[in-house]
Design a protein around this ligand. Sequence first.
Ligand SMILES: C[S@@+](CC[C@H](N)C(=O)[O-])C[C@H]1O[C@@H](n2cnc3c(N)ncnc32)[C@H](O)[C@@H]1O
Length: 359
Amino acid sequence: MATVQEPTAIDTDKLMSFVFRAVDEVGATINTALVVMGDKLGLYKALAGAGPLSPAELAERTGISERYAQEWLNAQAAGGYVEYDPDSGRYVLPPEQAVAMTDEASPAYLPGFFQIALGTVIDSPRITEAAKTGAGIGWHDHVGDVHEGCERFFRPGYNAHLVAEWLPALDGVVAKLQSGARVADVGCGHGASTVLMAQAYPASTFVGYDYHDASIETAKQRAGAAGVEDRVRFQVSPAASFPGAGYDLVTMFDCLHDMGDPLGAARHVRESLAPDGTWMIVEPAAGDRVEDNLNPVGRAYYGFSTLLCTPSSLAQEVGLALGAQAGEARIPAIATGAGFSSFRRVEGTPFNTVFEARP
Ligand SMILES: C[S@@+](CC[C@H](N)C(=O)[O-])C[C@H]1O[C@@H](n2cnc3c(N)ncnc32)[C@H](O)[C@@H]1O
């Protein structure tokens, strides 16, 4: 006999507070496009350090239409990104926001985070379709804002931590880099990490590998612009079969979980390393249990994982789909499965965890 479900009492206050929270989230979603607009049109840069500006003054300094400037400023004021003074009708970008929105050298720099988010959302209808069948969508198959946003999102963190903290945390690696080491940066994307390491260690040679040919082309341009092309090469290659052997250091920055076959890649890294070499793995910070990741960083990462990382892995052979919140227990299992004899967590930030594996 079918049981009759008692109607659940609805708490109207809770319902309305959820609705108003959602209104804020819709505003935040739209703000992703507004931030990228402000970044691409130079609006934040024009506001930074300029003191209070009227829409006409902002429009004049950036060459955009005054009406758009006015509406954009109002949206930024409503979101707390700029401050509005009703008496003068002018808007100001507070100094802290100016750092976050314009200072590419600051670890707090944000526009890249918004750019990768916007590109991800633009591509989301294809993920909605793919979810019906379990098909993948490769990293190469996304709009350019995903690739460039990724580079611009990660670079400030690498600038702040890679040379100062992460490499020194690895056993004996800095001494090798200083005297001249051979390094492969696998899944290098636009080569932000590769170029940074090459700038810091002029006696060493670096090769960046990525399966995405357009990313490799951009990485070559970045090396040229940084003046390190004499010691940095970039080459299209999948992680499971990149050329060369006897590497002192193989690095993977935020890409192991994007790969279809991370175990196959790990086996290949082990074969390509010198006997006393090091595999450095940088992965998104994550706890092992879902409940450990139910926080703002976990929310952003689960979102990117659903729309970027999981589809990327599913598009490749094996399709293990670790996800961006795989947690610290699953990564050592891959290293151990590939035959690495030692593995340890060496460093971390609220966004990244750094691991060391030795043959
Ligand atoms: C999230 S991006 C990170 C890029 C770069 N390491 C960084 O930190 O800016 C992931 C990168 O992994 C690359 N990738 C994914 N699967 C790969 C594979 N099987 N072999 C080589 N590269 C791969 C993608 O093309 C992409 O450039």
